[in-house]
Design a protein around this ligand. Structure first.
Ligand SMILES: Cc1cc2nc3c(=O)[nH]c(=O)nc-3n(C[C@H](O)[C@H](O)[C@H](O)COP(=O)(O)OP(=O)(O)OC[C@H]3O[C@@H](n4cnc5c(N)ncnc54)[C@H](O)[C@@H]3O)c2cc1C
Length: 298
């Protein structure tokens, strides 16, 4: 298992800036994330200090990647699927390809997840049989019938995890995933390749209508569309959210969360969802993480 002093989750401007500051303090730093998935990547920026003419977000991201490399920061272009707390206060981070990394300090910089609405009446059933987090909610479906809808490793691994709880697990794959599907050989998951249309239900989810004309009788539906959003990832380590919106991570002026050794920055901590704020908070988070490490070493 690889071991880093600081692991930054998110390779957008907040995470990269945190990496630049932590790297310049000569810490052993890893950034995990896909730079091309940053909100900045396809944006054209006109209101960022020092760039009076329009600048492509992609250009800024590429420059940031060159900069982190110069300061010895490693980059792992994967999504994180799980974070755990270890005895002694360190953290274990697991990636979509199953890599496990130990971190003394975590900096969360995952931005905001634009939730794609997949099913016509999805909003009506959130928390009433619709879930976006297998790790959080699988337990409630012991002995029940469930479906996972999604793509990539998030959906496939979610379905596998659910087999430990549910009596029957369907996996509705939105894309062909031949390599991942091979992992399901011998696993009690029924793969369906059709489009999900509509939830059948009253107060709670009762089933799902499919384009094929079939209707599945279900107790729960898990929607797993790739990268985990912050809320799903952070529940298990007890990160407190902004009490008003429950959409953002609560931080203090040093970008500390309520969990010692965990810092957060950028869009993840709330509005204004702007590049200048993301970079400013990334700087503070990188330096605060460094100070925290120093204080732990005494
Ligand atoms: C179309 C558009 C136009 C914009 N225009 C402007 C503008 O003109 N001016 C301005 O100031 N701002 C603008 N913004 C906003 C700006 O891009 C964001 O405020 C900024 O990118 C936030 O940075 P961030 O690092 O917090 O998050 P992001 O840039 O979104 O980066 C988040 C990173 O976390 C990664 N991630 C997410 N989940 C996981 C996971 N589970 N595991 C690992 N990594 C994960 C993502 O892949 C990504 O690398 C615009 C945004 C958009 C979408």
């Amino acid at each position: 298992m690889k071991d880093y002093e600081i692991v930054i989750i998110g390779a957008g401007p907040a995470g990269l800036q945190a990496g630049i500051h932590a790297g310049r303090r000569r810490h052993k730093v890893l950034i995990i994330g896909k730079p091309e998935n940053s909100a900045l990547y396809n944006a054209h920026i006109e209101n960022y200090f020092g760039f009076p003419d329009k600048v492509d977000g992609k250009v800024l991201i590429e420059a940031g990647l060159t900069q982190i490399a110069r300061f010895g920061v490693d980059l792992l272009r994967e999504d994180v699927v799980k974070i755990e707390t270890l005895d002694g206060g360190d953290f274990l981070v697991e990636t979509e390809k199953g890599e496990k990394i130990k971190a003394t300090v975590l900096i969360l910089a995952m931005g905001v997840k634009k939730k794609k609405k997949l099913l016509k009446n999805e909003d009506q059933y959130v928390g009433k049989g619709i879930s976006y987090c297998v790790d959080c909610d699988a337990w409630f479906y012991r002995g029940k019938e469930v479906a996972v809808i999604g793509d990539g490793s998030a959906a496939v691994h979610g379905a596998v995890s659910l087999t430990k709880f549910a009596k029957r697990v369907y996996l509705i794959l939105l894309k062909d995933e031949p390599e991942l599907e091979r992992e399901l050989q011998g696993v009690q998951v029924e793969i369906l390749k059709t489009k999900p249309l509509e939830i059948i239900g009253e107060e709670e989810v009762k089933g799902l209508r499919l384009e094929s004309g079939e209707e599945l009788l279900l107790d729960g539906i898990f929607i797993e569309l790739g990268a985990k959003g912050p809320l799903e990832l952070l529940g298990p380590i007890g990160i407190e959210l902004d009490p008003e919106t429950l959409n953002y991570v609560k931080v203090d002026i040093k970008m500390r969360t309520n969990v010692p050794g965990v810092f957060a920055c950028g869009d993840l901590t709330g509005p204004p969802l702007q590049l200048a704020k993301a970079v400013g908070e990334g700087c503070i988070a990188g330096l605060s993480a460094s100070d925290y490490l120093k204080s732990r070493k005494g």
